[in-house]
Write a protein that binds this ligand. Structure first.
Ligand code: ZN
Length: 412
């Protein structure tokens, strides 16, 4: 192990509020912002970051760059619930964020209209405060910014990452030896990570396991250390217990595909009386026609074979379950080559796909072209369905104004 260099870094205490802690390296480098408990009933990320900050301040580890830990939904965390008035991971639509930013700039209360936030919502206050925190961290950044959003699931699960499928986010996710799940963000409107794509900050969500499992804290801690090493903030194996960290994390997802994507989402509402059958673990294999749950209308079966994903075992939430399937690694390579070569700009040449009359980054699908071949090809090029228009319009993901994506990581 490398000898820790004394008084080389500045430890910044948490303020018992938004900030869990911060550690500023003596040399400039990337800024890693970790957000924990964006869902208030997911405290594992907070405990993991407290551990990492504790180790850093005790060992005075040499760091090139900065690490910051932020609490997500403070009020819901205190109450021990996923959210108070609205899900804080569903409120980051462009219009709403713009309205909240405007109110932060002193533009008075947020304006009315489509993007108008829910008046008096607890989460509106959280969002304002988080946006202000992101702005102040941005001002202090001394290098490229990377965001890790730390979550846990209601069912038991192997760890995995989720991301908006830009090349930059992919490169970050593939640095962790756990499955990458693509396409979840297309199903979910207003996830926080979308906002960082706008800013050009690399970002991924890390799902560590069940909400209350002690192993979820370990997974988050391991993931943070691995990324600090991979991004060059600390030297490999310089942190305590750093040996074999990658292998330890990889073992927790043993036997699972490296890349999967979402093929089906079962949406539920409160009136449905949806109840998942007990015993499903994330990524369990299921067959087409298998009964997974019951609701008011009777048995709920999956139309697709694959792996059951995020089965709902908590009261709040509008996703009953998803079905995911393995995606071949070659798909990642082909899509990277096409996007890097600018082939994404030729999407409107595909039969049944025409340019959007107002947006240069969007295309419109003819009704007959709304099949999995055309949509799959558009996914390859980096387009996603825009949920509000039911998938008829597909928009190219922004790579954002930041630096070009990093080269792909070494195989793992
Ligand atoms: Zn969550």
């Amino acid at each position: 192990m490398k000898r820790p260099t004394s008084s080389m870094a500045i430890e910044e205490p948490g303020d018992q509020g938004r900030r869990i802690g911060a550690y500023r390296g003596t040399e400039p480098g990337p800024l890693v912002i970790c957000i924990a408990s964006l869902h208030g009933n997911e405290p594992a990320g907070i405990e993991a970051l407290e551990r990492v900050m504790g180790v850093l301040s005790e060992s005075r580890l040499r760091m090139c760059g900065d690490l910051v830990g932020l609490r997500g939904n403070l009020q819901a965390h205190t109450a021990g619930t996923r959210f108070i008035d609205e899900d804080l991971n569903r409120v980051w639509q462009h219009d709403r964020v713009d309205a909240v930013l405007e109110s932060l700039r002193g533009g008075g209360s947020a304006p009315d209209g489509d993007g108008a936030p829910m008046v008096g919502s607890a989460e509106l206050a959280e969002q304002r405060d988080l946006l202000a925190a992101f702005q102040s961290e941005h001002r202090r950044a001394r290098g490229p910014i990377h965001v890790l959003d730390l979550h846990t699931t209601s069912s038991e699960s192997a760890p995995f990452t989720t991301l908006g499928d830009t090349l930059r986010n992919r490169a970050l996710a593939l640095r962790l030896p756990v499955p990458v799940v693509l396409g979840l963000e297309e199903q979910i409107d207003g996830a926080m990570l979308h906002y960082f794509d706008r800013l050009g900050w690399a970002n991924i969500g890390i799902e560590a396991g069940q909400h209350r499992a002690a192993s979820s804290i370990d997974v988050h801690e391991e993931a943070v250390w691995i990324l600090l090493e991979a991004l060059g903030l600390i030297e490999e194996a310089s942190a305590p217990r750093g040996e074999n960290r990658r292998a330890r994390l990889a073992r927790r997802a043993e036997g699972l595909p490296r890349v999967l994507d979402v093929r089906y989402r079962h949406v539920v509402s409160e009136e449905d009386g949806f109840r998942m059958h007990p015993g499903f673990t994330n990524f369990d294999l299921v067959e087409a026609g298998q009964e997974l749950a019951v609701d008011r209308r009777g048995p709920v079966q999956t139309a697709f074979a694959g792996r059951v994903f995020l089965p709902l075992y908590q009261r709040q939430g509008d996703d009953g379950f998803f079905i995911v399937r393995q995606r071949a690694r070659v798909w990642l390579t082909v899509s990277r080559v096409l996007r890097t070569a600018g082939a994404d700009r030729m999407a409107a040449w595909i039969p049944g796909v025409s340019p959007h009359p107002e947006r240069s980054d969007a295309v419109i699908l003819a009704r007959w072209a709304r099949n999995r071949y055309v949509i799959g090809y558009l996914h390859l090029l980096g387009f996603i369905a825009r949920s509000e228009s039911g998938g008829r319009v597909m928009v190219r993901r922004q790579e954002g104004p930041g630096p070009r994506p990093e080269p792909p990581p070494r195989a793992s």
